[in-house]
Design a binder for this molecule. Structure first.
Ligand code: AMP
Ligand code: MN
Ligand code: MN
Length: 316
């Protein structure tokens, strides 16, 4: 599975590593890890994401962030584009066109909904995180994982596994290997996951205070949702906004949880989570989005109640 990817990576002399829009620690950790390996081999490399303009603050200690390049400065022509943790071209935003200008595109991902948009696609939808796929790729490539690489790889692993709740045989061995390099796993996890300003608490108060439980949705399995209006998210970082779904989804009466995040007047991004019975990546795909079986998302336009109805209908 990795041999052709390694030969692409070994022959490139210039490369751009693209992370997905609204980046999380898995896409940035993956991008910086691949970028670091290429840079050490003497490849001219840039790492980028199309939006927003700033890296989320929680990720500002990840090694290699000096390689991050503003979208407008991303070279148009390179030997190789590598995309990390992006299930489709659309997830690359305005930087998707860089794929067409490169000689080759290597897609490295773990999304079930991946559309295989590269010239070579290394997609393992059973993998815990894209950084887990990359760790296995580096092993096959005989690249030693030092503390800087381990820090980036652990960042994606700890966040995408929900702090090691969604794991499989081998996941803890992978974590053990990365920790054994000497990285401070507790400090990395705290910085990425448990570090919110006080203002987050009143924001949660108002958002969770208006959460709703629709018991007869999802064929009777139940939907719980909360809405984050612009006025709620004002002054909040993506870290505060993206954490809300992790509280809402714990509701025991509902199989599916959703958080509607108002981006502008009528534009909404929606996070979906399911427990066991429902594949939310399929539901998200019917609404133009994608994701994993138990964690997915989509973007919708319309009035709040219309967007909620759209989801309730799609869930059946
Ligand atoms: P989120 O709720 O934003 O944490 O996203 C959960 C999962 O769904 C992640 O794996 C995302 O990559 C995926 N996802 C979220 N939004 C979209 C979208 N608009 N299109 C495709 N996939 C998405
Ligand atoms: Mn991601
Ligand atoms: Mn991921």
């Amino acid at each position: 599975m990795f041999a052709s990817a390694i030969s692409l990576l070994e022959t490139a002399r210039s490369a751009t590593v693209l992370c997905h829009v609204q980046p999380d620690a898995d896409t940035i950790g993956s991008g910086l890890a691949i970028g670091t390996v290429l840079a050490r081999r003497g490849v001219e490399v840039q790492v980028a994401f199309a939006s927003p303009s700033e890296l989320p603050e929680s990720m500002n200690e990840l090694p290699g962030r000096d390689m991050l390049t503003a979208p407008e400065d991303v070279r148009s022509r390179v030997d190789l584009v590598v995309t990390v943790d992006a299930g489709s071209r659309g997830r690359l935003g305005a930087l998707a066109d860089r794929i067409d200008m490169a000689d080759a595109c290597l897609v490295i991902d773990h999304h079930r909904s991946n559309t295989r948009f590269g010239t070579l696609n290394v997609v393992d939808d059973g993998a815990e995180s894209t950084t887990a796929v990359i760790t296995r790729l580096l092993d096959a490539w005989n690249v030693a994982v030092d503390t800087d690489l381990a820090h980036c790889l652990f960042a994606g692993l700890v966040t995408d596994t929900g702090s090691f709740r969604w794991v499989r045989p081998g996941s803890h061995l992978l974590a053990e290997r990365l920790l054994a390099t000497g990285i401070d796993g507790a400090a990395i996890a705290r910085k990425l996951l448990d570090n919110h300003p006080f203002g987050w608490l009143p924001m949660l108060g108002s958002v969770l205070g208006s959460a709703a439980l629709v018991q007869d949705a999802v064929g009777g399995l139940g939907l719980v949702y909360a809405v984050i209006l612009r006025e709620n998210s004002e002054g909040m970082r993506s870290e505060e906004i993206e954490s809300v779904i992790d509280i809402v989804r714990t509701t025991s009466e509902a199989e599916v949880a959703a958080v509607f995040k108002q981006q502008s007047g009528d534009e909404w991004t929606v996070s979906l989570r399911s427990k066991t019975a429902v594949d939310v990546s399929t539901v998200a795909a019917t609404l133009g989005g994608g994701g994993h079986r138990n964690a997915a998302g989509f973007t919708a336009h319309g009035a709040k109640t219309d967007v909620i109805d759209l989801l309730v209908d799609a869930l059946g």
